[in-house]
Design a binder for this molecule. Structure first.
Ligand SMILES: Nc1ncnc2c1ncn2[C@@H]1O[C@H](COP(=O)(O)OP(=O)(O)OP(=O)(O)O)[C@@H](O)[C@H]1O
Length: 592
């Protein structure tokens, strides 16, 4: 259509011209027919269930709230609650043991899971109930000696109730361990690395970083297990323990009203399942925070909104005018006040992955406050070198020291002793690391991402850590994003938060592993501007980058690496304009 054709079209009726227009939604005939058919089927079922006297609804009503049924129900609920509590606690420990780096622990956990997943629950319950035949007494004392502090008769100790709780716990522990392990494995490796790079201890990493994220995939399957457990408690009838189903059996054997009493059990199981489903829904929503950009409205809110009682979306908190301002691309306050940069000494470092030699004979010194860019072709070992500096990767040969303190080792004479995890974590906090993929913790807000390590590692109070975090956020131009979740931010904003998170530990050395590679071109500038300001702050910066122009601008030295070796290093003008090696010249010709 030409411009002149457009000119001839009648002027579109605008709401302003026509007043308020009525909108007629499109009709969905198939949907209407389906709804009518569903209502008819429902009416038929209701008529058959309520109209047939053999269902015995009178007897159902008589027994539904009867004392023995409620007592049985109470036992079923108690067994489910205790089985779930102890079973999942055991399952969590087993899962952590399975993923631990100790082969013995992992092997023992595997053996436990193998055994108790193989044993049918009914067999396990009967063995536990007959434990008194195998061991007459249970004693507390010193193993392999005759010293005994106390002893009990096994038959008296192992009541049917205890046997039931123990059996359900062991069974659920074995199954839930695999569910939890699956959840742990679903958490991205970068999350473990980011937590380790911040110096968070292993237990804290598991509790605050890994498990909360794993819960997203654990919860649906875990609730399947709990629902199975609630119904599975009926197996304990073999121990003559009158839980709900066994009680029902006793009653219908006496009065022969089988169907009405089975209906009593069915309806109670339906109620239990419904309550569990509501709990599951809320737990899933709790762990979905941060995983979705915006959480869909709560199901109850949707129903109330349909009835016109509330608005579908709660009113947004009004934003103060100052907070409305766009993120400042560059901080105006700079990074003065950071600790003095540290000196890094790398001596004779070599590293292999299997048969692949990734680093050879690396000897490098980085002066306090220096800014170094490492460039080189893909696979040349740049990231590996960077990761050895904060001991995320162990070196095979050589040493790395920050201000004279060895990373990962203690030296006595000619011997290097590997440090304990606790010591490694402590020294690691002197070295901050910013990753290519940001690796922010998605389930924590921006503020929590930044305060987590200062509180846990540096021992700061919450208020002090939050003040520090807000100050750093202002410096990277993101003061208004403190309460947002990482997924609600652009890539460039996430990377700036990652920089603020690293700075909160006041490191002496800051490592950047291709900090702009995962960013859209228009977002690169905002991150580079923050790094540029950091370069003027006196902190020691080591940056692996593909941004040659930026390296020229900001670095006072460029190192060119190829095939795990340093080919040459020197001031940007020399390396980029007059390289001494042909290989450097060839690389620069390819990337420019
Ligand atoms: N954990 C690992 N296991 C086995 N091989 C690895 C591992 N990490 C890195 N490598 C290998 O080591 C070599 C160097 O990798 P590295 O990531 O250090 O290179 P790079 O120079 O940073 O590359 P790029 O610029 O593409 O990121 C590559 O061949 C890579 O495949």
């Amino acid at each position: 259509m030409s411009v002149t054709d457009f000119d001839r079209l009648p002027i579109a009726a605008s709401p302003a011209a026509e007043g308020h227009l009525k909108v007629v939604p499109v009709r969905h005939r198939a949907r209407t027919i389906g709804t009518v058919a569903a209502v008819v089927v429902l009416a038929l079922i209701l008529q058959s269930v309520l109209g047939n006297p053999r269902w015995g609804w009178g007897i159902f009503a008589e027994w539904f709230f009867s004392e023995p049924v409620l007592a049985g129900l109470g036992r079923t609920l108690l067994l489910t609650a205790l089985g779930a509590l102890f079973g999942f606690t055991l399952g969590t420990l087993l899962a952590l043991a399975r993923v631990s780096s100790s082969p013995l622990l992992a092997g023992l956990a595997w053996g436990f899971i193998w055994l108790f997943r193989s044993l049918p629950l009914i067999v396990l319950l009967l063995i536990l109930n007959n434990l008194g035949y195998l061991y007459e007494t249970v004693a507390l004392g010193v193993p392999f000696t005759d010293i005994t502090f106390a002893s009990w008769s096994t038959t008296q100790l192992m009541t049917p109730f205890l046997a039931a709780v123990l059996g359900l716990t062991l069974n659920l522990g074995a199954f839930s361990a695999e569910v939890i392990r699956g959840g742990i494995l679903s958490v991205d490796q970068g999350q473990h690395e980011a937590a380790a790079a911040l110096g968070l201890p292993k237990g804290h990493q598991a509790r605050r970083i890994v498990l909360p994220q794993a819960m997203r995939s654990i919860v649906p399957t875990a609730f399947n297990e709990i629902i199975g457990l609630a119904k599975g408690t009926s197996v304990v009838y073999v121990l003559a323990l009158p839980e709900l189903f066994y009680t029902i059996q006793i009653i219908y054997r006496r009065n022969l009203e089988v169907i009405p009493l089975l209906m009593v059990a069915t309806v109670w199981y339906l109620i239990i399942l419904s309550v569990l489903s509501v709990i599951q829904y809320h737990i899933e929503r709790h762990y979905a925070r941060g995983a979705l950009r915006t959480l869909p409205p709560n199901a109850f809110r949707v129903v109330f909104a349909k009835l016109g009682l509330v608005a579908l979306h709660p009113a947004e908190k009004p934003v103060a005018p100052a907070e409305e301002a766009q993120s400042a691309p560059v901080t105006s306050r700079g990074f003065e006040g950071l600790p003095r940069g540290g000196a890094v000494e790398i001596r004779g470092v070599a590293k292999s992955f299997g048969t692949l030699k990734v680093l050879s004979d690396i000897d490098l010194s980085f002066a306090p406050g220096s800014v170094t860019a490492i460039i080189g072709p893909s696979g040349s070992g740049k990231s590996t070198l960077l990761r050895t500096i904060n001991h995320l990767e162990r070196v095979d040969e050589g040493t790395i020291a920050i201000d004279g303190e060895l990373i990962g080792y203690r030296r006595e004479g000619d011997t290097l002793y590997e440090l304990e995890e606790r010591e490694i974590l402590k020294r690691r906090t002197d070295v901050g690391m910013v990753f290519q993929n940001f690796n922010l913790f998605p389930h924590l807000t921006v503020l929590q991402n930044i305060t987590e390590a200062p509180i846990r590692v540096r021992g700061l109070g919450k208020a002090e850590a939050e003040a520090l975090a807000r100050d750093l956020l202002a410096r990277v131009g993101l003061a208004e994003k403190a309460d947002a979740y990482p997924r609600q931010l652009s890539g460039g904003q996430q990377q700036r938060v990652a920089i603020a998170r690293t700075l909160a530990l006041k490191p002496k050395v800051l490592l950047f592993d291709e900090p702009t590679s995962a960013l859209d071109p228009e977002l690169v500038g905002e991150v580079l501007n923050v790094i540029r300001e950091l370069a003027a702050s006196g902190i020691t910066l080591i940056i692996v980058t593909h941004e040659i122009g930026f390296a020229r601008d900001v670095a006072d030295r460029i190192i060119f690496m190829e095939q795990g070796r340093v080919v040459e290093s020197g001031p940007p003008v020399q390396i980029l304009n007059a390289p001494r090696h042909q290989r450097t010249a060839d690389f620069l010709a390819r990337v420019n």
